[in-house]
Write a protein that binds this ligand. Sequence first.
Ligand code: NAP
Ligand code: GDD
Length: 363
Amino acid sequence: MRKVALITGVTGQDGSYLSEFLLEKGYDVHGMIRRSSVDYRERIAHLEGRPNFHLHYGDMGDSMSILQVVSKVKPTEIYNLAAQSHVQVSFDSPEFTADVDATGVLRVLEAVRLCGLTQTCRIYQASTSELYGKVEQVPQNEQTPFHPYSPYAVAKLYGFWIVKEYREAYGMYCCSGILFNHESERRGETFVTRKITLAAARIAQGKQDRLLLGNLSSLRDWGYAKDYVECMWLILQQDRPDDFVIATGVQHSVREFCYHAFRRVGIELEFRGEGLDEQGIDKATGRVLVEVSPDFYRPTDVVNLWGDPTKAREILGWNPSRTSFEDLVALMVDHDMAKVAAEGAAAKVRTNLAEYLEKGIVK
Ligand code: NAP
Ligand code: GDD
């Protein structure tokens, strides 16, 4: 049996872990990358040069490139992870987000169909808990109604439904994993967890003065990305195609994440005040280390994500509790303490990079 996987979004957090996972399982792994003026492939650099790891140029906005890659690789499994994945950015670039995150999914499905691979190629679509958006039920499971609450979520909703449509219309084995937030030491630096762990490390080492955040009360079900890529694979190994919620079943606030991250670097934070006036204060010194800025509020924010992973546990046999919240925070902070210590002189310049990027260079 050929085991040939094509991963779109191979350079991303999940793409890099999934590549490692599938190579370990004996797959030939093909990744699709987009052309860029700088070669920034840090997350997969350690895999390049391996005999079973191949890269191809393609873009989710370009049907022909996707068609070419699919026809050349003839994958037995496609993991469609490529996306403009930042919710805040989707408010600034809604059309691009729709093209990549919605129409892009259709392009992948059509490429498989046009290449005559509908019966031999299984497809995983990276769907998201953002579909629940302005939540109508807590916790959320596969039966919970969707209520997308950002341009990103609306685009991903199209992806979810077009996958379902192709499954029913053409009998294709295509599925969506409705994944709740998953983080890691490879997480992009503008997502809230990584922004916090990097800031905690820099503040502890005297390379940053304070951390500016948005909604501290937002609640998330945070898991470890390395655990979640196993589910993507499991979803494609079932007798019949189906959609699954993947989550830990445990919920924490952004404020709690902050508290644990700073505690890991030896700083005990106390939060005082409310809304824009809330501050995270170092109990030992009285210094204000965390402040709230309206710059990081979203036009509409999803504030109560909490997944119910019962179906994944029972049908896929997946363990949602492998990495606890505390362990996740610790592994990210420890990684960033070492990274920041190695940064040297350039560190000060990068101090507010995450904030700068997130606000957008045009503002
Ligand atoms: P990520 O780190 O932002 O990676 C996104 C990947 O998509 C990158 O490889 C990026 O390439 C690629 N990409 C973006 N636009 C593209 C385009 N036009 N053509 C080709 N490739 C493009 O995201 P992630 O955290 O790994 O998430 C993977 C997928 O899961 C995404 O679809 C995301 O929406 C979804 N998801 C993530 C989470 C989570 O908590 N992480 C939860 C639910 C769903 P570059 O490196 O060139 O930018
Ligand atoms: N990014 C960011 N930066 N978020 C902040 C900040 C900040 O300074 N302050 C508070 N938050 C809040 C956001 O308002 C949001 O409610 C929450 O922290 C999480 O934000 P992100 O880490 O940016 O992730 P997300 O939940 O919006 O989106 C991620 O998870 C989705 C799954 O639920 C992304 O990975 C999406 O691609 C994914 O689909």
